[in-house]
Design a protein around this ligand. Structure first.
Ligand code: SF4
Ligand code: SF4
Ligand code: SF4
Length: 504
């Protein structure tokens, strides 16, 4: 209650401005000394009072800050709007969208884009990772009501469940952020494919800023998305500081996500391994049930992979530095059991971790035309023919339902011209067959929209329920889907074990 009558603004890193004075608060100590459950009950007790004091619009400190910085805000606003008009002024509204995350930066970006282009009718896409703060959904629904003419589309993957994937792949860590691929890039890409079908290029406005992280310092204001094809990414506020963003929001009286008023400095996913200890602490206060469920899942995971000090491993946050799939049953799927044939130097024998099904042949379509009539069907022989001259390139031999597979290279032409690479191409596709859980990375990579991936049993995690299809009519054999993940599949990186000598 010490600061109940004061004007308190958080500046990040434990620095606060209290009645205009800069004060450093030791957040580590605060976390240590204040049980989340006790803080939560105090917040409940003072709920009404809190509402009264969180009305900041009449704050003399805020008014003063806005007045002093008026020219600065006008100048950066003018500059950002000129950039938007230059890049998008002549582009049809149906070929652009704002990537909207419910965070402060996308609130500002959305406002600037709409003001600069003089219309509300710009598509906004919100990527629901399924790990969003409840406050983000409340803000989204207010935002929707406030802008009834705006096409606001929510992209969400229904094929996978985050908690199930955590047990299958291990929880995401700072280096293995598989959920971004599965729940963000993948589902947004699928939505973009449908939404902008037939468009050669789409402008995407993002609210990314260099000040957010060191990895973003080298970003360009205009770039072609490395993750999602067809997108030219425009970042109008790339050089804005946190202070600029807040001053803009407050001076223009824009509504924003309530999570910031609770002390969160970012409003991405509430259980992200990149979140600060402070954000985790706040999640325990404001989302006690989800927080507890996730912590229990982490404990279960740590026990499952054989951590003797499982509680310490999770409580200390060491799990966030986790790499690879040590201890995970599924890491076996990343191991290729392959031997070169002693009688034929161009043939390889595989012992697969899952039985052969028709799904296997899809993965050979990038090399050419699949012909199931030429070979001895009793022996399960299927040929791959070169696209340009129909010469047989490869013989796939293995009976449906069995795990033994033999691949024989018949000709080094077409996609097999680079003779030295053929072995790694084949291993990459067999890896996909064993490890694919439908992360959507492959469809995102294919510039020809030839790959479709769906989970036949949404919510479950099992390579045998993944339908990975390649449309022969669209596939041009560029091999990009094979070259991109040089070990065959993104998931292999997630579940691989360090001393795996058999990996390619
Ligand atoms: S939890 Fe973190 S790593 Fe996972 S999707 Fe969210 S932002 Fe990405
Ligand atoms: S093969 Fe691997 S990288 Fe490609 S969609 Fe499946 S899981 Fe993702
Ligand atoms: S990336 Fe290239 S080879 Fe792969 S499916 Fe698409 S068009 Fe075919």
């Amino acid at each position: 209650m010490q600061f109940v009558e004061s004007s308190v603004w958080a500046a990040g890193g434990g620095v606060y401005f209290i009645d205009g004075q800069k004060v450093k608060i030791n957040l580590v100590k605060a976390i240590h000394e204040n049980e989340p459950a006790i803080v939560a009950s105090k917040l409940k007790e003072y709920e009404e009072l809190n509402k009264k004091y969180s009305n900041y619009s009449d704050s003399k400190w805020l008014k003063g800050a806005i007045e002093v910085n008026k020219t600065h805000i006008q100048s950066i606003e003018y500059e950002a709007m000129s950039f938007i008009r230059n890049e998008a002024g002549n582009v049809n509204l149906s070929s652009m969208f704002v990537s909207f995350s419910c965070g402060k930066d996308s609130t500002v970006t959305s406002n600037l884009v709409r003001e600069a282009l003089g219309t509300e009718k710009i598509i906004h896409i919100y990527g629901d990772t399924t790990l969003e703060y409840p406050d983000s959904f409340s803000y989204l629904s207010r935002f929707k009501k406030e802008h009834p003419k705006m096409p606001l589309i929510v992209s969400k993957t229904k094929d996978q469940d985050f908690l199930d994937l955590c047990m299958y792949l291990g929880p995401p860590s700072r280096v293995l952020r598989w959920c971004c691929t599965v729940f963000k890039t993948g589902s947004i890409n699928i939505l973009l494919e449908t939404l902008f079908k037939g468009k050669s290029q789409v402008l995407a406005f993002h609210g990314i800023r260099r000040a957010e992280s060191s990895s973003r310092r080298k970003y360009d204001r205009v770039s072609v998305s490395p993750k999602i094809t067809k997108q030219v990414v425009l970042q109008p506020i790339l050089d804005w500081m946190d202070f600029d963003v807040w001053l803009y929001i407050l001076s223009r009286n824009l509504d924003f996500n309530d999570a910031y008023k609770k002390g969160f400095s970012r409003v991405g996913c509430w259980c992200c391994p990149n979140n600060s200890n402070w954000a985790e602490y706040l999640a325990k206060i404001y989302m006690p049930e989800q927080s507890m469920a996730f912590t229990n899942l982490l404990y279960d995971f740590a026990k499952k992979v054989g951590k003797k000090d499982w509680k310490e491993y999770i409580d200390s946050g060491n799990w966030k530095a986790r790499q690879g799939g040590n201890g995970l049953e599924n890491s076996k799927s990343a191991i290729l059991q392959v031997t070169e044939c002693v009688n034929n130097e161009n043939a390889y024998n595989f012992e697969l971790t899952r039985p052969i099904t028709d799904a296997l042949y899809e993965l050979f379509k990038p090399f050419g035309i699949i012909d199931k009539t030429m070979g001895n069907q009793r022996l399960g022989e299927v040929y791959v023919l070169n696209r340009s001259d129909s010469m047989p390139l490869l013989k796939i031999a293995g009976k449906l339902g069995q795990n033994r597979l033999r691949l024989s290279i018949l000709n080094y032409r077409g996609p097999f011209r680079a003779r030295n690479n053929v072995e790694s191409y084949l291993k990459a596709q067999i890896t996909k067959y064993q490890t694919c859980i439908g992360c959507y990375s492959c469809p995102s990579i294919c510039k020809h929209s030839a790959i479709r991936v769906e989970n036949k049993k949404p919510g479950g995690v099992d390579p045998s329920t993944i339908n990975y299809q390649i449309d022969e009519k669209k596939c041009v054999g560029c091999l990009e889907c094979i070259l991109h993940h040089n070990n065959g599949c993104y998931i292999k990186k997630v579940v691989r074990v360090s001393n795996d000598k058999l990996q390619i």
